[in-house]
Design a protein around this ligand. Structure first.
Ligand SMILES: [Zn+2]
Length: 270
């Protein structure tokens, strides 16, 4: 699933490719992806000019003046820039056609992606954005805000995946962050002593991934469109049996809250 860095790179690409375009029409092939009726969705979007794209947590926001479209790519949603007359392929479920002869197709094999249209004035105070915690790369996220969640019996990885703690962390980066912090993923939240180090690892790991992602996506967007996912420079996630980059111990795979979880048994302690 795309996490904060991947959605950020999609946002950056869409800002370069799509901002300023005016929507001429919208085709909806798979109605459950849209909140409300497709007809209301199409009518509300027709004639709207896209001012910009932004990101909040793992959500992509289309800023359309008095309306904001909230898009979640879920497992493997992707956007592709095409010409207005291009046919929609079997896995493309929504197409936005622009007045300048271009179109943006939303591609999603699993069909888990969602689109919700909101009044701009209410977008941050209504679901799905209203319950999100602070943005980890903003000044609003601090060791103090993190410390308020370091209590109770839940595993620390579960706490990091809770979008109320901090917005945008998913299964991949949670593993990488806990490796950076030297914390075993099953450690109970109340036992975490060093909130400063954990907060610093959250910022460092995500910042580096945003930077690397921004670099990689520019190199292939012209042929592949705008991809929703990439994985770069991972230290533990999916590295079962490979040597830890610090101590050479074999990386171990386990499960935390039902999610596949990777860690170094020597560097990461309870
Ligand atoms: Zn190690």
């Amino acid at each position: 699933m795309p996490e904060l860095p991947e959605v950020d790179s999609v946002k950056t690409s869409l800002n370069e490719l799509i901002s300023g375009k005016t929507i001429e029409s919208v085709t909806v092939r798979y109605a459950p992806m849209i909140e409300g009726t497709p007809a209301a969705f199409q009518n509300a979007l027709r004639g709207k000019t896209i001012e910009s794209f932004s990101r909040r947590g793992k959500y992509l926001l289309w800023h359309l003046g008095n309306k904001t479209l909230v898009s979640h790519l879920r497992m493997e949603g992707k956007y592709y820039l095409k010409d207005a007359g291009a046919p929609m392929d079997a896995h493309e479920h929504v197409a936005f056609v622009f007045e300048d002869g271009k179109a943006l197709h939303y591609h999603d094999v699993r069909k888990f992606g969602t689109f919700a249209l909101r009044d701009h004035a209410e977008v941050y105070t209504t679901p799905p954005l209203d319950k999100l915690g602070p943005e980890p790369l903003s000044d609003a996220f601090t060791p103090e805000t993190l410390r308020t969640w370091l209590k109770g019996e839940r595993a620390i990885k579960t706490v990091l995946l809770d979008q109320r703690t901090v917005a945008g962390i998913g299964n991949i980066y949670a593993d990488e962050i806990l490796f950076c912090a030297g914390i075993h993923p099953k450690t109970k939240a109340r036992r975490i002593q060093d909130a400063d180090k954990l907060a610093r690892c959250i910022k460092d790991i995500l910042q580096k991934a945003v930077h690397d992602g921004g670099a990689s996506i520019r190199s292939y967007k012209n042929t592949l469109g705008v991809s929703g996912r990439f994985q770069l420079h991972l230290s533990v996630h999916t590295k079962e049996g490979e040597p830890c980059c610090f101590c050479r111990s074999a990386i171990v795979k386990t499960k935390v809250g039902g999610r596949g979880t990777y860690y170094c048994p020597r560097c990461q302690k309870h």
